[in-house]
Design a protein around this ligand. Sequence first.
Ligand SMILES: O=P(O)(O)OC[C@H]1O[C@H](OP(=O)(O)OP(=O)(O)O)[C@H](O)[C@@H]1O
Ligand SMILES: O=c1cc[nH]c(=O)[nH]1
Ligand SMILES: [Mg+2]
Length: 213
Amino acid sequence: MDMRLHVVDHPLVAHKLTTLRDQRTDSPTFRRLADELVTLLAYEATRDVRTEQVDIDTPVARTTGVKLSHPRPLVVPILRAGLGMLDGMVRLLPTAEVGFLGMVRNEETLQASTYATRMPDDLSGRQVYVLDPMLATGGTLVAAIKELIERGADDVTAVVLLAAPEGVEVVERELAGTPVTVVTASVDERLNEQGYIVPGLGDAGDRMYGAAE
Ligand SMILES: O=P(O)(O)OC[C@H]1O[C@H](OP(=O)(O)OP(=O)(O)O)[C@H](O)[C@@H]1O
Ligand SMILES: O=c1cc[nH]c(=O)[nH]1
Ligand SMILES: [Mg+2]
């Protein structure tokens, strides 16, 4: 199965994304907008979340509804910037468990490396949602998803605020045959020489939390 790409086309998403991109937007506003945007993207990203039937009594009658099923979905934010998307996601998926991946991209070589991993060893049968605002060269997301697949995950959805066409292609190529869905608010024009998304929004981690060093 090939990668599925879902670009969420909605005026509220476009409106919030425009403010997020604006260089005049300060960190508190940036964090709030990232949080709001992820809930709008999560609505699409969780369309196939597994549910099971449940019988309940309303004040009027007995009826059948649904609840999120077991095993619980796993949400994995990629630190740092993905942390800014965690609260919005788990608000919509209250039963989710949370794992963490700390990854950083070398600014010269653009190679991603992992500095922290904290999640269950066995992910077989689990639906996994990976959170990272930026899909640029794709190196970070490919490495993250490979780690999840190695642990047995068979259904991975990445929620990214912005993607570059180059990165989408890399994910498609490197993860061919893997059931992966990418949900994003926009596929931008291109990457620049420094590996930044154009027009993009700059360095997402720095805009959320300040420069790291
Ligand atoms: O697609 P890629 O080319 O791999 O780039 C994308 C990665 O770069 C950024 O993280 P960064 O390395 O800046 O870490 P940070 O979140 O701690 O700032 C971003 O949040 C992604 O994780
Ligand atoms: O444009 C980009 C590319 C990678 N990481 C970011 O934070 N921004
Ligand atoms: Mg950064």
